[in-house]
Design a protein around this ligand. Sequence first.
Ligand code: AMP
Length: 421
Amino acid sequence: MPFASLGLSPALVDAAAASGFTAPTPVQVAAIPVVLKGQDLLACAQTGSGKTAAFALPLLQMLQTEAQQRNTQVLVLVPTRELASQVGEVIILLAQRMAHPIKVAVVYGGVSINPQMMRLRGGADVVVATPGRLLDLVQHNALRLGQVQHLVLDEADRLLDLGFAEELQAVLDLLPERRQNLFFSATFAPPVQALAHSLLREPVRVDIAPTEQTQPDIAQRAIAVDAPRRTQLLKHLVEQHQWSRVLVFVATQYAAEHIAEKLYKAGIYASPFHGGLSQGARTQVLQEFKDERWQVVVTTDLAARGIDIAQLPAVVNYDLPRSTDDYTHRIGRTGRAGESGVAVSFVTAESEAHFRLIEKRQNLSLPRETVAGFEPTEPPVQDKGEGNGGIKGKRPSKKDKLRAAAALAAGTTGTAGTPKD
Ligand code: AMP
C-alpha cells in the first residue's frame, strides 16, 4: 500500500519518500487515517515500528490546512532529551517540502534554557518537549499552551516510569479541553491504562502485534570469555566482522571512558557516551556516530532506550545489564526498521549465573560460544546464593524458592541461578 492511499498530500508523500520511506509500516497504515479524521488514538506499537512518522505525517498535514499563527497547535511530550531530539529531527525532515514552512521547537532539560527561549520567540507551530522543561518555559512566559489542538504522548509508559506523572498532570491542566489526543506506549501496565483512560475520548485502539515486518531480526549470541580479555575480544570481533558501527554497553561511566580510550589507542575509532558528558558533547557524539565518524560508541544504559540509529548492525554487552528490561532495551538498539542485527553478550565466570537469570526471564537458552584465542580459563564462580543472580528489582519467585529448598535438601547448591530446566 502506498503512502498516498492513506490520504496524505503529495508534499508529505514526497517527504516520506525522501526519508527512504517507500511504503508505510503497519502502525502507519493503521494510525494515519485515524489521526487525519481528528480522532483520539491509543496505539500499542513496538519500538522501531515507525511510530514517529505515524503521528508526524498526519499532524503535519493537518497543520498545512490550519492557519499558521505560530501558536503551538501540536505538542509532543516525550520522556527523554534524546527522544526529543530524535522526534524533532523526524518532524523537521518530514516538514521540509510543505508549502507553508512549519516551525518546530525541541525543548528539554539539562541544558541552558536561554537558547530554547530564543527559539520560541515569535512562537512555534510544533513543540516537542520533556515535561519539566516545558513547565519551566511556560513559567518564563516563553510559550503558551492554550491553543494546543493535538497532543501526543510518546512512550507514555516511560514518561510514567521516569516519574513524570505530576509534571504531566500540570501540563495537561494548561491545555484546552477540546483537543485531539494521541497516546503511544509499548506497554500497558495499570498506571498507563489509567492515564490513557483519563486522557482519551473514544479512542481508536491500534495494536500492532509483532509481525514478520516489525519483529526485530536480532541474532543473540553469548560468548564466554575471561573478564580481563574482553577489550581484546571486542577489538577482535569489530575487526573480524567489520561492523560499520557497534554500540557497546558497560556498567559505569568510568568503564565507558576507559574502554573507549583503549580501543582508540588500538586504532579503532571509539568514543564514550554517558551521562557525565555535557548535553552538547552527547549530542555531538550521537550525531557523529550516525554519520559513521565513530565506529564504536561505548556507553552506559543511558543509550539503551529511545535512541534510534538506523542500520546499527551490532550491540555488545561488554558488562551485562542489571535487569532483564535493560537487556531488552539494549538489544533493541539493533535490528530496527526491518534491518537485521546481532547482539553479543560477553559472559564471564563471574557473570554466568546472572546471565542465566536473564536467559530464564527472556525465555532464552543461548549456547556459550568461545572464540579461538579467547577461550576462558577462569574457574566457574560458585553462585553466592543471592537467589536472583543480582538481578535488579526482581525477587526469586515462589517456584525458585521451592527449587532452591529442594536443591538444598538434596545437598546441592542450586538456587534461582541454576541452569534452565
Ligand atoms: P520509530 O519507531 O518512529 O522510532 O522508527 C523506527 C525507524 O523506522 C526509524 O529509523 C525510521 O526512520 C524508520 N521508518 C519509519 N517509517 C518507515 C517506513 N515507512 N519505511 C521505512 N523505514 C521507516
